[in-house]
Design a protein around this ligand. Structure first.
Ligand code: NAP
Length: 449
């Protein structure tokens, strides 16, 4: 038995542990949601009778496959591919593909599970799924990445479709990979089915603002959190972890909103630049040259590179963890709180460990979970699908305005739900309950399937 899991949902949690051994990240994600749901089950006996929570914790379909390919030296390589089609109550499965050596079934399931509630919060008609591979694109040539993507799609294509399952990018999967995946899908199916993947290139079905959406969205969400407290980004010191897609565009929007990002990182270490991160240099290093964060410090006189170490040691008022899961633990959270951090907004999926979230709660740091704060990416993916379906193309300004509106709505929904369920200010509970209710009502309406 687990003392902190409420009695009401203890049985469900024990069954998830028994059924999914060794999947630590998945257990963590389920537990965090279950901890919020006891209050919902007290009010809705129909969800207990129909085992709605239990059904949502079980993926509708899990696909695991071999991905053989040949590297540039002519050596055969074998990776493993995954797609977890978690829940289609609200629409076709939707969620990214992650290419990273750490990818395993438990990680894909945690991401897919989170995605169900995140997608519900956007208010768009999309279900939840996630996929990926333990393939590491780092250090691979374009030709190797292309051969891998073609082999990956040669199996996955049979499970996809604009009304069935629509993947996008995630860690290690950007515009280049989406291009190769789309090309192979088109070749095999003989269909130019634009809505089967999102994050496409702008010249062939992609949508403006999709690249920027997750980072911009997290900044808009943070702005909404500050607004209810009568505050703003103006003049605030901000630290962002990572220097990938979410981090770069999070930094861009924070700067536009008046904050200053003084540090960011990658898996080798972090840079501190008291003048504020120079985005042109960061984009050149990371997006063009695919280099390391140390290269930034080599080019910018006001910056220092710290090899290894924790970016959370850098004092700030706002922290936006945007690298990967469990990158911010209880000790780092205590350092942030001690240094005067007042807001933590998850740009990544589940970057804060449960003990970090506990520290934030106890020290009065306002905390936004990723399933709410980083939903801007998937929301804009749904807008891309909408534009594909209507053969339309929106302007940058219109798309960004829609994104800002969606993020403000998500914040308002989480904020109001937290109040309604007796935990004002608790955006974790607000996001879990609001997302769950929307999915659960649809699951319930569809009967026992
Ligand atoms: P990305 O472009 O591949 O960038 C990931 C960044 O995080 C890189 O700078 C990477 O550094 C760093 N990183 C990865 N593992 C790390 C570790 N163990 N320690 C320190 N740094 C690490 O990926 P992304 O798309 O920005 O995604 C980042 C996070 O946001 C993920 O949790 C993802 O699931 C989530 N997310 C992304 C989107 C989206 O639209 N892209 C949407 C919602 C949520 P290295 O280059 O050194 O590995």
């Amino acid at each position: 038995m687990n003392a902190e899991v409420p009695e009401r949902v203890q049985g469900i949690y024990q069954e998830v542990l028994r059924r999914n051994p060794g999947e630590g990240e998945f257990h963590q994600a389920v537990r965090e949601v279950l901890e919020s749901l006891a209050v919902v089950l007290d009010r809705h006996s129909e969800f207990s009778e129909m085992k709605t929570v239990e059904r949502i914790c079980e993926p509708e379909r899990q696909i695991i496959f071999r991905v053989p390919w040949m590297d540039d030296r002519g050596e055969v390589q074998i990776n493993r591919g995954f797609r977890v089609e978690f829940n289609s109550a609200l629409g076709p499965y939707k969620g990214g593909l992650r290419f990273h050596p750490s990818v395993n079934l438990g990680i894909v399931k945690f991401l897919g599970f989170e995605q169900i509630f995140k997608n519900a919060l956007t208010g768009m008609p999309i279900g939840g799924g996630k996929g990926g591979s333990d393939f590491d694109p780092k250090g691979r040539s374009d030709a190797e990445v292309m051969r891998f993507c073609q082999s990956f799609m040669t199996e996955l294509y049979r499970h996809l479709g604009e009304y069935t399952d629509v993947p996008a990018g995630d860690i290690g999967v950007g515009a280049r990979e989406i291009g190769y995946l789309f090309g192979q899908y088109k070749r095999i199916t003989n269909r130019y089915e634009s809505g089967v993947l999102t994050g496409k290139g702008l010249g062939w079905g992609g949508a403006l603002v999709r690249t920027e959406a997750t980072g911009y969205g997290a900044a808009f969400f943070a702005e909404a959190m500050m607004k209810v407290r009568g505050e703003s980004f103006d003049g605030r010191r901000v630290v962002v972890s990572g220097s990938g897609n979410v981090a770069v565009y999070g930094i861009e929007k924070v700067h536009q909103l008046g904050g200053t990002v003084v540090a960011c990182s990658d898996s080798s270490g972090y840079v501190v630049d008291e003048k504020g991160i120079d985005l042109d240099v960061l984009k050149q290093v990371k997006e063009v040259e695919r280099g390391r964060i140390a290269d930034y410090a080599d080019r910018v006189a006001s910056a220092q590179f710290v090899d290894g170490g924790s970016v959370w040691d850098v004092p700030c008022e706002v922290a936006i963890p945007s690298a990967t899961q469990n990158e911010l633990d209880g000790d780092a959270a205590a350092v942030l709180a001690r240094n005067g951090c007042r807001y933590v907004v998850e740009g990544a999926n589940m970057p804060a460990t449960p003990s970090a979230v506990k520290v934030f709660r106890e020290s009065g740091v306002a905390f936004a979970p990723g399933k709410a704060a980083n939903a801007g990416g998937v929301a804009t993916s749904a807008l891309e699908m909408q534009q594909n379906a209507s053969r339309d193309r929106w302007t940058f300004e219109h798309s960004e305005a829609r994104l800002a509106e969606i993020m403000r709505d998500i914040h308002a929904r989480c904020h109001e739900t937290a109040e309604e369920y007796g935990s004002p200010g608790d955006l974790v509970l607000g996001a879990n309950v609001a997302g769950f209710l929307q999915v659960a009502e649809a699951v319930h309406a569809h009967g026992l399937i």
